[in-house]
Ligand binder design. Sequence first.
Ligand code: 5GP
Length: 178
Amino acid sequence: MNTIQIKDKLFTVSIKEQEIQKEVIRVANEINRDLAGKNPLLLSVLNGSFMFTADLLKHITIPCEISFVKLASYQGVSSTGTIKEVIGINEDIAGRTVVIVEDIVDTGLTMQRLLETLGTRRPQEIHIASLLVKPDKLKVDLNIEYVAMNIPNDFIVGYGLDYDGFGRNYPDIYTVID
Ligand code: 5GP
């Protein structure tokens, strides 16, 4: 299935499942190497990162915990730059090594807000793992240590990411064409 239609938009496949899995395993290995002995708390940002989180976790071999937060910042195909926290952080993260697991960093404003929120809870350190980054759209200075793939500025769906709620179920990533 090279082309899919979601509502009014056409998308074409841009990153195949096999390539995604290869990069996710590489990121997991980097985390295993860097955070051994730190019992990291992985904080997955719902909804978009659920598939990335599941695949990543299967390849994390060091002791770790997982928790979920939910934010909303996107309607349609352009970022509003505002976020609302829907599900908060239940864990005590004071003194912990936290790894934020995000689906995509676009302008970076969502991540910046999340870092600010988490920072007030006195974690030992916060790392960022993002499946995708659009480097040309970044508006803020972020140290995104773990990146599976950098992509161009186009709107994408699949592998957890949606267009208006649909398209999260595809194992490949698709780019909008029309
Ligand atoms: P930022 O605050 O970095 O501009 O936006 C981050 C959020 O916007 C992501 O967590 C994601 O929900 C959404 N987003 C940004 N780019 C895309 C995209 O190409 N496709 C989809 N489906 N969501 C995106």
